[in-house]
Design a protein around this ligand. Sequence first.
Ligand code: MF3
Ligand code: CO
Ligand code: CO
Length: 258
Amino acid sequence: MSIHIKTQEEIEKMRVAGRLTAQVLTMIEPHVIAGVTTDELNDICHDYITNELSAIPAPLNYRGFPKSICTSVNHQVCHGIPSDKKLKAGDAINIDITVIKDEYHGDSSQMFVIGKPSIQATRAIEASHIAMWKGIKMVKPGVQLGDIGHAIQKYAESKNCSVVREYCGHGIGKNFHEDPQVLHYGTPQTGVTLEEGMTFTIEPMVNIGKRHVKMLKDNWTVVTKDHSLSAQWEHTILVTENGFEVLTLRENEVVPDV
Ligand code: MF3
Ligand code: CO
Ligand code: CO
């Protein structure tokens, strides 16, 4: 139960793992189309990670998780298990990729929509995306995790959305999940104070309806209790001397003005 401050050598390895994670999301995008199954997306990612990147898909066998990526569709909040179900027009899907390279983890997820997004999907996807970036942009030494959680919650709720509380961001490094817990709600000036060299994820799950969730019988897939749409984005972040570095930034992704 302690927060590991990464050395320069570890940070360099986290940069590599983060870059590879981002590459997987860029690679999979053109495959996320109507008619594809989430199993097929899983297999494409698995082969790319193991063969092209010579890396390890961290979810596979993690606490018994049966696949190499998480795919959470529509009212699924997180930890969806790839299956033989086909994606169809209007579906909104979160693909969550975690890669291990040279013992270190990169963890990132993004939303994709098949065809034209519904107004509700657009709302959830934009609210969670901007909420994540509002949180990321606060990161610098001296800021407290409660400040970040509060900023994320305040933004999501201002858009009439709710923030899931049962799952959170997390420290990351040699471990997939380590201290600290990064809550996506909170009270300013509370919680862990950030220091240079910390690495953690920010990954808010934002619902159009109520915040409450339940677990499906597969013991992994988390869904909204009211079956409202849910959206999530995730990046792995390094606290730098003056601010933050997004370790999983994709090649064509720019840090937005939020
Ligand atoms: N990638 C998820 C996260 O952001 C965790 C998935 S755990 C798994 O923390 F076992 F479902 F892969
Ligand atoms: Co994560
Ligand atoms: Co993740």
